[in-house]
Design a protein. Structure first.
Length: 553
């Protein structure tokens, strides 16, 4: 990789105005009616899970005094511009904030799909073109977001100065694909959802989760009443499942018309590849999480990616990437991830995690005398958010551990919490456990599951991370965090001891051994290991090499 990414030049711009012809002042309506949250609040809350608050900006007409007052009261960032020339409003805002990448949203779409935004965010960290347009296909109308470069936004010619281009911000980008590279991605997080697989793209695209008329608003409120109390940040997955279970609800606004522009078709043939990952309930979520990011990366390079946890015998001629440990399948072209039967000295295998079967210190030394260790994770794991470290903050990742296992971890760590401190102990000012079951001691902060972007923020601000051998360990070590491991199984015990020997990551012991321990290990001197997030490049190179042969034949 070229170095630490920065996303501070990426902005979420939300165009908003009160003067809607069909539904005036809709953006200040409450959802549900009579509540404290307006359209603007719902959008801002969702965007905060991905963006810093200083990267979320509402773009409003200069004449919208009521909106300005509301945004001031809430402390939200806003920028005023032309009411009719919306593109000019975006251009001036981009110049004002020095934006390089722009996520365009509209205020009449309160239920944007957060996971889609995350994967688009990942994509822009990989895109190198000066002019590009990026979006996610296969989402209900109003749940998607589009991105484009500031260079594309500012691009102009005689053909891009028509009235429709001023009113519709990115139309001049989409109409000229020969200039602006068009990326249309399939949502990896929905590929395991039954409703997404069973419904046609046309049927999904006709679902209106946007508000142009009162009927749309009625549906939005009904959806919130059904899903919002359980999860206020519900996404496309929950909406599609709701539609599949209760299609009648969505007939509320089925008759509302949508303005559509005829755009140039992208006829370029994509090459197919299947990624087979281990089921989360059997293998943990690490396999699925990293395969979703891998799917986005391969799509950017022209591959039609099928992300699945089930092998299809009818597709044995399709190239497969396997992230399912030592399981083997009869496929003509296979690439193996973390499979000890296929070590990374082969051209069709790599490790996303280090393993004892392939000694780390036998790898090639670079000029700076650091041992190079290849790994893979989401590109946003490398982003520097400038949060800084909170001294004494401990982050625990417990995955799907049961009540007894969770309590074993808690009891061990509470010995070193400030509430029980003495001069000989390591003092933790705060302990946040993600995963496992609800703690019995209120000194342990707890979250059952957390969006990946939020997890990365917690990781970046923590001084220590306590977890078992896996993907979380790699991301934390690559970030230079103080990582300490425990064992949740015989395999993890072996891997934990291996990590202590080869990487100098302290290994405490198995969960049952924690009750006898009265000290927390201090940070050891790390070995000179350079963590390089390049395993995905190896996979792409393999695919390109075999496809040159497949498509020639």
């Amino acid at each position: 990789m070229s170095g630490i990414h920065s996303t501070h030049n990426s902005f979420a711009f939300i165009q908003a105005r009160l003067g809607s012809t069909r539904f005036p002042k809709k953006i200040l309506k409450q959802i549900p009616e009579g509540s404290d949250s307006t359209f603007l609040d719902h959008i801002h809350r969702r965007l905060k899970t991905v963006f810093d608050t200083n990267q979320i900006v509402f773009l409003i007409p200069e004449s919208d005094i009521e909106s300005i007052q509301y945004l001031k009261t809430k402390g939200y960032l806003y920028f005023c511009g032309s009411e009719l020339d919306v593109r000019d409003r975006f251009r001036k805002a981009a110049k004002h904030f020095d934006a390089k990448h722009i996520f365009r949203l509209t205020a009449d779409n309160p239920f944007i799909d957060i996971d889609s935004i995350r994967y688009l965010y990942e994509a822009i960290l990989e895109i190198t073109e000066k002019y590009y347009s990026l979006s996610m296909e296969g989402l209900p109308l109003g749940m998607g977001v589009e991105c484009f470069s500031a260079d594309s936004l500012f691009y102009h010619s005689e053909e891009t100065e028509l009235e429709r281009h001023k009113e519709h911000v990115s139309l001049h980008i989409k109409e000229f694909p020969e200039i602006h590279r068009q990326y249309r991605l399939s949502p990896p997080h929905l590929q395991r959802v039954d409703a997404f697989q069973q419904l046609s793209k046309n049927e999904i695209s006709k679902l209106r989760i946007t508000v142009d008329e009162w009927k749309d608003y009625e549906l939005i409120c009904e959806i919130w009443k059904t899903l919002g109390d359980k999860n206020p940040n519900f996404g496309a997955e929950e909406v599609l499942q709701l539609y599949q279970n209760n299609p009648h609800m969505f007939s509320l606004n089925a008759s509302v018309e949508q303005i559509v522009f005829e755009l140039p078709k992208n006829e370029k043939t994509k090459k197919q590849v299947n990624i087979l990952y281990g089921k989360p309930d059997e293998y943990g979520y690490g396999h699925f999480e990293r395969c979703k990011s891998l799917s986005i990366y391969l799509q950017l390079y022209g591959y039609d990616v099928k992300l699945t946890s089930s092998f299809d015998n009818s597709e044995i001629n399709v190239p497969h990437v396997f992230d399912i440990r030592e399981n083997e399948f009869s496929v003509r072209n296979s690439f193996f991830i973390d499979n000890v039967n296929h070590p990374p000295n082969n051209t069709n295998a790599c490790y996303f995690l280090p393993h004892p079967s392939y000694p780390i210190l036998n790898t090639t030394l670079e000029k700076d005398s650091f041992t190079k260790l290849s790994y893979y994770s989401s590109p946003i794991s490398e982003v520097d958010r400038g949060l800084g470290t909170s001294p004494g903050k401990l982050l625990v990742y417990a995955g799907q551990l049961d009540e007894t296992q969770s309590e074993q971890i808690d009891n061990f760590l509470l010995q070193f919490h400030q509430s029980k401190m003495n001069s000989q102990t390591t003092i933790f000012q705060s302990i946040l456990r993600i995963g496992g079951t609800k703690p019995k001691d209120n000194n342990i902060q707890f979250v059952q599951r957390i969006p990946y972007t939020e997890f990365l923020k917690e990781m970046e601000s923590s001084e220590w991370i306590f977890t078992y051998f896996g993907q979380t360990m790699m991301e934390c070590v690559a970030k230079g965090k103080k990582v300490c491991l425990f064992g949740i199984s015989e395999i993890h015990e072996t891997l934990g001891k291996f990590a202590e020997k080869e990487l100098n990551i302290p290994y405490v012991g198995t969960l049952t051994e924690l009750s006898n321990l009265r000290h927390f290990p201090k940070k050891t001197i790390p070995k000179k290991i350079k963590y390089v997030r390049d395993a995905h490049i190896q996979i792409l190179n393999w695919l390109n090499s075999i496809n040159s042969e497949i498509y020639e034949n």
